[in-house]
Design a protein around this ligand. Sequence first.
Ligand code: ADP
Length: 294
Amino acid sequence: MATLIADNVRKVFPPKFGGQSPVMAIDNITFEMRGHTFVSLVGPSGCGKSTFLNIVSQVEKPTNGKIEVKGDQGGEARIGYVFQDPRLLPWKTVIDNILYVQDGGKRAERKERANQYLKLVGLEEASSMYPGQLSGGMQQRVGIARALSISPDLLLMDEPFSHLDAITARGMREELQRLWNDARAGVLFVTHDVMEAVLLSNRVLIMSSDGVIYKDLSIDLDYPRLQTDHEVVKLQADILEMFETMEEESAKRRTNGNGPSTAEAKTAAEVATDSKASAKAATERAIAETEKTS
Ligand code: ADP
């Protein structure tokens, strides 16, 4: 398992076109996570969540500040990455997609390991199929099996269920709770869905559209959790309310010219309205789900 230390991390992108200002994607991101923990970064689109994950995985370099990711013995951590779109190689079978990321050991051993992870995600029957023959949910499961098959110390997940239909996504969230429990890896999970963050995480970092961490919350609920559990619905509603206040404050700061400029062409008022609309929709959805099952 890994230790991740983010110390005052800032990322500024150069302007895309002449005459535009540089874009501050994230600013002053400072936190630590250690061991078997599930941390979600939740925030509106464009607030810098993916940029932060890219810095953790060293795809991007921070402009300022420092990121350290260490394995158990203080050595280099193994980092697994699950993307929004599973990014499987379409010309390789399911098992070969998993074998592709394995290093070391004899082919027979690697194959056995790959099969073990396919079994874990319920896809042992699909091992000789090609990605194009699988549903979106099955492809995402292969992506998760592939990431787990390297025995990561830290698993980075970037909105992995956002392209799936609601029923498949719900099943995958339940499955992920079980997989995380068995895998014993730390997870850093990016989402804009508050329900998803509450359901899965024992800690939620709320990011505002200025690219800063607004709140660091512990979610002290037992697993497994269901999205219709009363405590999950209640916490979701509390966090959504927090979101509305946060975006209104952030909109005011930017209107007064006190806040950092963000890249999004959206005006501050639009961001606040979007946040309110999604908060309302999510609360209504949660209430409807609760009524359906009660
Ligand atoms: P999120 O994942 O929260 O939706 P991102 O991290 O993708 O947000 O983006 C944060 C901000 O940084 C956005 O305004 C985006 O347009 C900008 N951005 C991201 N990557 C780049 C890049 N390579 N060049 C310029 N701007 C970028």
